[in-house]
Design a protein around this ligand. Structure first.
Ligand code: GLA
Length: 712
């Protein structure tokens, strides 16, 4: 139920700010020293009760330990010894800000607290936003140099070094214990959910790569160690940033846990000149008492309502030629694949790497975005036209931020790369990163992509980025470390402009699989390529981790060949489909080698996916059997009218019959009919006892069960 306005109140006498969402409340107080301190984040409480709450003082106050409550953004002064979310250094060597509270503004669901340094020309605004239809509290910080270049006083015009500017610091309540859930992985193994007891220590989650990263994600969840999928209090946060980032979780020895996070990694800094403002990305936080599943569902709803550009648009069933043809692409071969793709029901045909410049392998051509003459002598248009004639949309792979040194672009503009004149450049996959922090590079990228889309009637771009940054130095301007911010901002901007100038164009985010998936990139893309690993068994874990934060419609999942090219594992076509159908389904195999029977079965399963697509892509996801020998995901229509259940068992054990799968989201008072068996069940039975998963015998068993609510 949407909460009623006002969502935000600020009581100037008490200095108390209260932000309300439908199922949570967040409260803070401006302390006597002018610093906003955390008061409460959790289940709804009335304002009177919040006003009476003390700030969470340290139980170990002494001359070695301040009694101050946790900061909303710790400023590196006073008796604060934890990780500081704001670290500044003034020209005379002084470090840290000391605040004077200068006022607040409330505008609908947005609160801004204005802070001014007591002596220096430094200002900060701590910003908060809540919305009537989301449980996420969005936070960010704006830091300004309030001096003027022409100021007579040297200390008012001197630049200020920003060594750290976090979006927000968060505080968990006192709990008997703390457990941290986060995502780790690597190329081909993204989004592995890690759930461990939080040590009494400072624990850093970070990316130093200029990309969000395969190895870590700027999402975490905290609980007391007892939450499960459906029950228990969970506090989780997600940073909307697609470059380097850092989150430091601090569990102190006296039982308090806080975390602070934002863009950039350690050791880099930015310069703030008079009149300049540095604005951080949004860091969202979400509280639920409905366990990890409840947290995911609330994030999914938020991402759909407030992050994705076109959440209501069906993600098409795509065919992508990468695993079929690799770099070996040409017009005739792609047209052959396009015909087969259309036959099995694909709605979008994506031409992957290898179509441009001198690109016959990964050693050359990257950066030269004109069709390779031997492969496409008539350009790409004839292929695009044929794809359209077959009733599909046309998609194209690009990697605009990268360049092979063996390319026309690099020969013309060697200085366009992220590089340092005094260091040897590291090549990865024989390529370097183009420096989008330089305005001329950003302009080139926009013009190149705009031309490609326009000239070739492109409906979809797969935007890839296949290496991290190394040996960075500078953009076009004066501040060398700004590349870590400005490159990412420019990537976001180019995507935004392309979408604005080409209504209908869709973008798929990719970075060697899921190396750059976050709420920042998803604000301008439709889905993300989850992983280069398309092995259906490995995908179960990858998809489980991905679903912690991101909704299924953003999770690109292909059915490819068997044995799988990455793992050599052979699995039945039906199993591969039942794994990939849990997201935005695609096909990526060499269809020319599929038998008539396989093509017919694929066509049937694609048709079945289109029937359940509204549920998978716009329904509510319940990970009803998240782990164990049998895993199952349930997608429910928001009005409970229709349901689909995907059940997978990679390996049979001891010949045991699988246990029934409980469906706690169903209405125990309703009745449901199984659309395939035509059998009716009571909701109470499906909730309390569960449904027979109907798995065939043997390994790689799977089933798809559709239920419809029967009106009594
Ligand atoms: C990356 C992507 C793949 C494919 C290749 C092409 O690895 O993740 O899907 O596009 O690049 O080189």
């Amino acid at each position: 139920m949407p909460v009623t306005l006002p969502l935000v109140t600020f009581d100037p006498d008490l200095g108390l700010a209260v932000l309300r969402t439908a199922h949570s409340v967040y409260a803070l107080r401006v302390a006597a020293d002018g610093s906003p301190r955390h008061v409460y984040w959790g289940a709804p409480l009335d304002t009177e009760a919040l006003a009476a709450l003390p700030e969470a003082a340290s139980p170990a106050a002494s001359s070695f330990e301040a009694d101050a409550a946790a900061d909303e953004l710790a400023p590196q002064t006073g008796a604060r010894f934890g990780p500081a979310g704001l670290q500044v250094r003034f020209a005379d060597g002084t470090r840290g800000a000391q605040w004077h509270f200068a006022g607040h503004t409330v505008d609908g669901g947005e609160l801004r607290l204005r802070l001014e340094d007591r002596r220096r020309p430094l200002r900060a605004e701590l910003c908060y936003r809540v919305r009537a239809d989301s449980d996420v509290v969005e936070r960010w910080t704006e830091l300004s140099h309030a001096g003027a270049a022409e100021d007579g006083a040297a200390d008012r015009r001197a630049p200020i070094t920003v060594n750290r500017l976090d979006s927000a610091s968060w505080t968990a309540p006192a709990l008997p214990d703390y457990r941290l859930s986060h995502l780790v992985g690597g190329w081909n193994s993204e989004f592995q959910l890690q759930r461990d007891r939080l040590p009494v220590a400072e624990l850093v989650l970070t990316s130093r790569r200029g990309l969000t990263g395969h190895h870590a994600a700027p999402w975490l969840a905290l609980d007391d160690g007892t939450a499960d999928e459906e029950r228990g209090e969970v506090w989780s946060t997600a940073l909307a940033w697609s470059g380097s980032w850092r989150v430091t979780v601090h569990r102190d020895p006296v039982g308090r846990t806080t975390w602070t996070g934002g863009f950039g990694h350690e050791g880099i800094g930015w310069t703030l000149r008079p009149g300049e403002t540095l604005r951080t990305p949004v860091y969202g936080g979400l509280y639920t008492r409905h366990g990890f599943g409840g947290a995911s569902r609330a994030w999914h709803a938020h991402v759909r309502r407030h992050v994705l550009p076109e959440p209501g648009r069906d993600r098409p069933v795509l065919y992508n030629s990468w695993e079929a043809t690799g770099f070996d692409v040409d017009e005739a071969g792609q047209i052959r694949l396009a015909h087969l793709a259309a036959r099995v029901g694909a709605e979008l045909f994506v031409l992957d790497d290898g179509w441009f410049g001198t690109r016959r392998d990964d050693r050359s051509g990257l950066g030269d975005w004109t069709p390779r003459p031997e492969a496409f002598p008539r350009g790409l248009r004839p292929l695009a036209d044929e794809v359209h004639r077959l009733g599909m949309e046309f998609g194209l792979w690009v990697e605009p931020e990268m360049v092979n040194p063996d390319s026309e672009l690099y020969r013309a503009h060697p200085d366009w790369t992220v590089h340092s004149a005094h260091l040897d450049a590291t090549e990865l996959r024989n390529q370097l990163v183009l420096n989008f922090a330089r305005p001329e590079v950003e302009a080139w990228a926009y013009e190149t992509l705009d031309r490609l889309v326009r000239e070739n009637a492109v409906d979809w771009l797969k935007w890839d980025a296949n290496r991290p940054f190394t040996e960075t130095c500078g953009g076009g301007g004066h501040d060398p470390d700004r590349v870590w911010i400005d490159h990412t901002r420019a990537v976001h901007r180019v995507m935004d402009r392309l979408r604005a100038d080409h209504p209908g164009l869709r973008i798929e985010a990719c970075a060697g699989g899921g190396g750059r998936v976050d709420l920042g990139i998803l604000a301008r893309t439709d889905q993300a390529w989850t992983s280069d690993n398309t092995d259906a068994v490995d995908r179960l874990d990858i998809q489980h981790g991905f679903s912690q934060l991101f909704p299924a419609q953003t999770m690109a999942a292909w059915v490819t060949d068997s044995p799988n090219p990455a793992t050599g594992r052979s699995t039945p076509l039906r199993f591969r489909f039942h794994v990939a159908m849990a997201g935005a389904l695609g096909l990526g195999g060499d269809l020319t080698r599929w038998s008539e029977d396989e093509l017919a079965e694929a066509a049937e399963l694609v048709a079945r996916y289109k029937e359940i697509r509204p549920l998978v892509q716009r329904g509510v996801q319940h990970r009803v059997a998240p782990s164990g020998p049998v895993t199952a995901v349930h997608y429910a229509a928001p009005d409970d009218s229709e349901h689909v259940l995907l059940v997978r068992r990679p390996a049979t054990r001891f010949g045991h019959h699988p246990a029934p799968v409980r469906l706690p989201a169903l209405d125990p008072g309703a009745r449901y009919v199984d659309l395939d068996l035509k059998r009716e069940y009571s909701g109470a039975v499906l909730v309390g006892r569960g449904i027979d998963p109907r798995l065939p015998a043997g390994d790689y068993a799977s089933s798809l069960i559709r239920l419809r609510r029967v009106d009594s």
